[in-house]
Design a protein around this ligand. Structure first.
Ligand code: GLC
Length: 790
């Protein structure tokens, strides 16, 4: 496409390169991040993911040298070699190849026979993918594994599969052959033996990813339109890749603490009396709960920003009543605005020209829940401002968060045609370019509106997303089904979402469509209790799925899982803070924490919460034990207290009410005492669970809702333990930053698997108890040294 190189020009960290037919730019974003660009659609970047000024940009030294057959561009960490035809190769600073363009021939894996006979019976014929206007082929060495790409179906490692990025609402059960689902996150990580790097193909059009399906000599990504615009993001470790990628596209901001609590949802919670009943039953059954979600049933004829006056006569009075019980309301808002003269939102948008149009400029109409509906043009700033302003209608009624759905955008009568027009902030374009960022821009408007209206950290959930949506919204994986297979699938989906920058994510616990069984519900809630977004949601007409829907055994096991979640809230909250700072999601695949362990690279049915807790949920019906792979190190079985050596697979006992959980020796985990909801009472005493070994932990505490922490309104505590595997355990408590008034007064320390004979703080004896081989004691929340002797 480009032909031979003709010359180059360096402009600070950019190198503009001329070719016989075309031009390109290599831009050094930082020593480990390089952008590769050719203006095939617009002169410059038109990114909805990377906002300007680009926070990842680092001023650094860039050397350019003309070599015999290539141009060499070097940073302190990378060398980029650019050849004729715009072949681009990346090397590390020692000269080892990292990522090379593939120059060989394209020989797809053999397929035999005539597929039309199979198609006759209705099978989807496997054909070799089409070729695209833009295609970047990268050489495969053999050992690569691939991660990321958002929440695609299939296993954690994407090697050997192909995917498409085209936000799709497909109600059929999510299976491995789905190439596209609701989100488009055109970012993947390539893990090689010695290093990892990421590629972010920032092209909002439909994009294609083939990670060795066509042939195992190469992998490729492509698009039929848009710019050639991708970032090479070097590690060398996976954590650094994720951190740099999220530096570029943005990080999940610290959410309000209550949003990490349990959410209950069901399409059909109406009228108000039913909502109040659900709230009451949670309290009666002693299952903690922070939020109830109202699906489309609360609206007046599915008109967004309205309430059904009969079913919900006084929304503010209802949210007030629920607030007294510590329960927040989250309402769904879809993009489709009912085409209905006299309905204020529709009229205002029409008058101001806020809707997408057909190519003749006539407002485009399709069908969604309200019937004939129009689509706000979120690609235009005035429309985003308008939509942001509308959030106040809901927050004034006491609504605490907004759930954005159907924003792929979805419709009932086929996809939006390619030629639907969008204003696109001054550079008009069509649906092909906006489709994948539509939900992203809607979430951004929603986030901004809630922030303005409440001043608090907004809570937004979205189904459709693009790279970077993590800055504005949490996500869920859409309409799964109450299948064991979908419980299993949710693990790699959520892990890859996390690696793709989405730190705050979850799935419909219990499954959306289909009928959940009591056993599936228990196993799902046990797994879901560890995902940052923890919401039980199901479809209208399905069997009841609340914790009490079945029997006492189910209810007891459900309650136990949710109580564990509430105990772990300060740990999860600390992890969300880490996510804001580093981009690393709380939910992590084993490979992220144990990159040197080959056995950790393809674990699909286990995950880590942070770096300290390993969870191996039961994901098969009828199982009361399961194999668990424990990476190297000492682990403590959370349920039995037993210490287990890793580097091997163990058999875990898992009767219905037990989810196998292992904690790394040396961990210190903060916990909250029992609560029905976040903020039920002031937490004066933090629980500290100490798993003997060597290690430290930093915990922060703040008001859990405002932005005050950004101005220093938080307290920081640091705990360090040493020697615990010997006969003396020392735990040092340090107070770091002190900026939040409601500081803890004490810590209740439980040292697991360590029966002390004496306990001292700063040389003074303190009272303690030993229970089941653990030592339990209360210490003041002051700096000092606790010394236990066995
Ligand atoms: C979509 C959503 C689902 C919601 C339903 C009704 O299917 O994915 O969560 O319950 O619409 O609003």
């Amino acid at each position: 496409m480009f032909g031979q190189r003709t010359g180059y020009e360096k402009e600070s960290q950019r190198v503009h390169i001329g070719f016989e037919s075309g031009k390109a730019t290599i831009e050094v974003i930082g020593p480990q991040i390089v952008n590769v660009f050719a203006p095939l659609h617009t002169e410059g970047h038109e990114s909805r993911a990377v906002e300007q000024p680009n926070a990842a940009f680092e001023v650094c030294d860039v050397q350019v040298e003309e070599r015999a057959d290539h141009l060499e561009i070097s940073t302190s960490e990378l060398t980029v070699k650019v050849y004729d035809h715009f072949y681009v190769d990346f090397y590390d600073k020692a000269g080892a190849p990292l990522c090379l363009d593939y120059r060989g021939s394209r020989d797809p894996f053999l397929r035999r026979g005539n597929v039309s006979i199979a198609e006759g019976e209705g099978h989807e014929a496997m054909r070799t993918s089409g070729r695209h206007k833009i295609e970047i082929l990268k050489k495969m060495d053999g050992g690569e594994k691939f991660y990321g790409l958002g929440d695609k179906t299939g296993p954690l490692n994407k090697r050997g599969y192909e995917y498409e990025m085209w936000n799709t609402d497909d109600p059929s059960p999510h299976v491995e052959s789905h190439k596209a689902l609701y989100k488009s996150i055109p970012f993947f990580i390539t893990l090689q033996e010695a290093s990892a790097f990421g590629i972010f193909f920032d092209n909002p059009f439909k994009t294609f990813f083939d990670l060795g399906k066509e042939n195992s000599d190469y992998y490729y990504f492509g698009a039929d339109d848009g710019n050639l615009d991708y970032y090479f993001i070097y590690g060398p470790d996976m954590k650094s890749v994720v951190s740099r990628y999220t530096g570029l596209t943005g990080r999940t901001p610290l959410p309000q603490l209550w949003t990490l609590g349990m959410h209950q949802s069901r399409w059909s919670y109406a009228p108000e009396a039913r909502v109040l009943e659900v709230a009451k039953l949670f309290r009666e059954h002693d299952v903690p709960l922070d939020a109830i979600h109202l699906d489309i049933d609360y609206m007046d004829g599915y008109r967004v920003f309205t309430w059904d006056g009969e079913r919900f006569p006084d929304p503010k009075a209802m949210t007030d009543k629920l607030a007294e019980q510590g329960i927040k309301i989250v309402t769904i808002i879809d993009p489709g605005v009912k085409k209905d003269k006299g309905y204020g939102i529709f009229d205002e948008g029409l008058e101001k020209g806020y809707y997408a149009t057909d190519r003749d400029g006539v407002t485009y109409v399709n069908t969604v829940w309200p019937g004939d509906s129009v689509y706000p043009d979120f690609s235009d700033e005035p429309v985003r401002r308008w939509w942001a302003g509308n959030q106040k209608i809901m927050t004034d009624d006491g609504v605490a968060g907004i759930w954005n759905d159907m924003n792929e955008p979805a419709s009932f009568t086929g996809p939006l045609p390619d030629d639907v027009r969008f204003k696109n902030d001054g550079r008009e374009t069509d649906h092909r370019e906006i489709h994948n960022v539509y939900g992203h821009l809607m979430s951004r408007a929603t986030f901004d509106g809630i922030k303005e209206a409440t001043g608090k950290r907004p809570f937004v959930i979205t189904r459709a997303a693009y790279a970077g949506t993590q800055k504005y919204s949490t996500v869920w994986t859409g309409d799964n089904q109450s299948f064991w297979e979908h419980l299993r699938l949710s693990i790699p989906m959520l892990l890859n979402l996390g690696l793709s920058g989405f730190a705050f994510a979850g799935c419909d616990v219990g499954g959306f469509s289909h009928d959940c069984t009591p056993e599936l519900l228990v196993r799902w809630v046990q797994a879901g209790a560890f995902s940052p977004l923890f919401r039980n949601h199901t479809a209208i007409g399905t069997r009841d799925q609340e914790p009490w829907a079945f029997d006492e055994t189910t209810l007891d096991a459900y309650r136990k899982a949710v109580k564990l979640r509430y105990k772990l809230l300060p740990y999860l909250y600390d992890l969300m803070r880490e996510a804001e700072q580093t981009g690393l999601a709380p939910l992590r695949p084993l490979v992220l924490e144990f990159p040197d362990d080959p056995a950790a690279r393809e674990v699909n049915d286990q995950f880590l919460l942070g770096s300290r807790i390993l969870v191996a949920p039961v994901v098969e019906q009828g199982k009361t034990h399961r194999a668990v792979y424990l990476p190297q190190g000492t682990w403590i079985d959370y349920n039995s207290g037993e210490s287990v050596e890793g580097g091997r697979t163990v058999l875990a006992e898992a009767p219905l009410d037990v989810c196998p959980i292992y904690v790394r020796a040396g961990s210190i985990l903060p916990g909250y005492p029992d609560q029905k909801y976040v903020g039920e009472r002031r937490i004066d005493e933090l629980l500290l669970e100490v798993y003997p070994g060597e290690g430290g932990y930093t915990h922060t505490q703040d008001d859990g809702e405002s932005y005050g922490y950004r101005d220093g309104a938080y307290n920081e505590y640091r705990f360090v333990q040493t020697g615990g595997r010997e006969s003396v355990l020392e735990l040092r408590l340090e107070k770091g930053h002190a900026g939040y008034g409601e500081a803890y007064r004490s810590f209740r320390v439980t040292v697991r698997g360590f029966a002390a004979a004496s306990a001292k703080i700063g040389g003074e004896a303190v009272e303690f108890e030993t229970e089941n081989g653990n030592t339990v004691l209360r210490v003041p929340a002051e700096a000092g040294m606790l010394k236990l002797e066995a």
